[in-house]
Design a protein around this ligand. Structure first.
Ligand code: PRP
Ligand code: MN
Ligand code: MG
Length: 179
């Protein structure tokens, strides 16, 4: 497919939003320690930036999950490719995600992590595409609600590309047909 990328959310808008989200998180945490969990790989840019704005980040860890099966339809099941290294029991935990689409990833990860008895478990996502939601997920902190467009950049990929863009762009297909 031939395509180009159009800027949708500028670098400065992302930076402002990161500070705003962190301010809200800091108010809610009230100076308690917090463990941040990033879901590889899309969340890395957002996690790196917001971690530096959140007070009392005691630990940072990562998890990697993938949808079961292949093809275009998500099965709703996930498998853990890399689990956390740290124990979350009794800790304040915030999952940092780049985007919520169908909601499968976060609903499953939340379920898995709740069973480990954290003191609190919250979700912070930079982007939310509510039109695509298949399964309910309660999200505590949302940066931007976006329409059902294919987006890339600031960690988010299209076929593993464009993760290092400093802005969020929209993938625009060139021409009418011919994939
Ligand atoms: C993307 C994105 C979210 C997830 C959202 O990750 O980063 O983690 O999909 O989709 P969902 O709400 O429908 O579950 P992906 O599986 O593409 O892996 P990546 O982060 O390595 O790109
Ligand atoms: Mn991801
Ligand atoms: Mg991806």
């Amino acid at each position: 497919m031939k395509y180009h990328i159009e800027e949708m959310i500028a670098k400065s808008e992302i930076a402002n939003k990161v500070r705003l989200l962190a301010d809200n998180i800091n108010k809610d945490l009230n100076n308690e320690d917090v463990l941040l969990i990033g879901l590889l790989r899309g969340s890395v840019m957002f996690l790196a930036d917001i971690a530096r704005e959140i007070n009392n980040v005691s630990e940072i860890d990562f998890m990697s999950v993938s949808s079961y099966g292949s093809g275009m339809v998500t099965s709703g099941e996930i498998k853990i490719l890399k689990d956390l290294d740290v124990n979350i029991e009794g800790k304040n935990v915030i999952i940092i995600e780049d985007i919520i689409d169908t909601g499968f990833t976060l609903s499953k990860v939340t379920k898995i992590l709740k069973e480990r008895n954290p003191k609190s478990l919250r979700i912070c996502t930079l982007l939310d595409k509510p039109e695509r939601r298949v399964t309910d997920v309660f999200v505590d902190y949302v940066g931007f609600i976006i329409p059902d467009e294919f987006v890339v950049g600031y960690g988010i990929d299209y076929a593993q590309k464009h993760r290092a863009l400093s802005y969020i762009g929209k993938v625009v297909k060139d021409g009418e047909d011919n994939e």
